[in-house]
Design a protein around this ligand. Structure first.
Ligand code: NAP
Length: 254
């Protein structure tokens, strides 16, 4: 059974996009432990999403796997319809789905640019736009956008990814001003490098080891640490925090 925490998540419904693996899966678990129902959105990893949903249901919370591309307006509409039918209205949204791109600007095609922007930025916009009317009606909502330290500092060979995350941070701050008066908090978490498939795909062992030597914490971050930050930003303890970007990078870029 879920712990009856004092975080105020119990009984709420949370959509976590890109929750089949990595950070999204950790967030889904952490939110379920707090007693919230969870919609586990995935794009291609159906098996992982279904296994995660079984795990969450075993905690005693409602859970649902929902396939869909967050960059597609039609898919986002279908994702929300499905959740509303099976679980109820979405009170909390974690815009986590994302893809990376390691390439020089001069070697990036327009199609690559578009795919990164569609997934990392347009996806968050579409999900926010679809989730907000219900949140506004009930004068309560929580949105957490998973940005990146690159979205603040920039990064050579990751300019397009960094631009998408920088845009997500601007969206976060602006939307917080727009809907803050309506009881809705919109914040971002900006992790440094986190141990997931995304990072393993990006870095070879030598690059990874070099990176670790630059981080005061002496290690990369864990998905569970990002998940804890998300739970805090969803919780009643953070109700006066709005439009902020919480950096989790082991002291790397401060
Ligand atoms: P990951 O392990 O590669 O997982 C990515 C997740 O996003 C998967 O569940 C994937 O679903 C989903 N996804 C990809 N494209 C999608 C789409 N079009 N529609 C719906 N879902 C989609 O990545 P991660 O490391 O956990 O990253 C999660 C988030 O944290 C991303 O936004 C990333 O930019 C950000 N972040 C990561 C790091 C890091 O070092 N890992 C650092 C800073 C920020 P399927 O598997 O089902 O296709």
């Amino acid at each position: 059974m879920p712990v009856e925490g004092h975080n105020g998540l119990k009984g709420r419904i949370c959509l976590v996009t890109g929750a089949s693996r990595g950070i999204g899966a950790a967030v889904a678990r952490a939110v379920a432990v707090e007693g919230a129902g969870v919609a586990v959105n995935y794009f291609s990893s159906e098996r992982e999403a279904l296994l995660l949903v079984d795990e969450l249901k075993a905690l005693g919370v409602p859970a649902l796997a929902v396939q869909g591309d967050v960059g597609s307006e039609a898919d986002v509409e279908a994702i929300f319809k499905n959740i509303e039918t099976e679980l109820g209205q979405v009170d909390m949204l974690i815009n986590n789905a994302g893809i990376s791109l390691r390439a020089l600007v001069t070697e990036t095609s327009t199609a690559q640019w578009q795919k990164v922007m569609d997934t990392n930025l347009k996806g968050a916009f579409l999900c926010c736009r679809r989730a907000l009317p219900h949140m506004i009606r009930q004068q309560f909502g929580r949105i957490v956008n998973i940005a990146s330290i690159w979205g603040i500092n920039g990064a050579a060979c990751e300019a397009i990814y960094a631009a998408s995350k920088g845009g997500l941070i601007s969206l976060t701050k602006s939307l917080a001003k727009e809907v803050g008066p309506l009881g809705i908090n919109v914040n971002a978490v900006s992790p440094g490098p986190v141990e997931t498939d995304m990072l393993r795909k990006e870095l070879d062992n030598e690059e990874r080891n070099n990176l670790v030597t630059e981080i005061p914490a002496g290690r990369l971050g864990y998905p569970e640490e990002v998940a804890s930050a998300c739970v805090y930003l969803l919780s009643r303890h953070s109700s006066y925090i709005n439009g902020q970007v919480l950096v989790l990078d082991g002291g790397w870029k401060i």
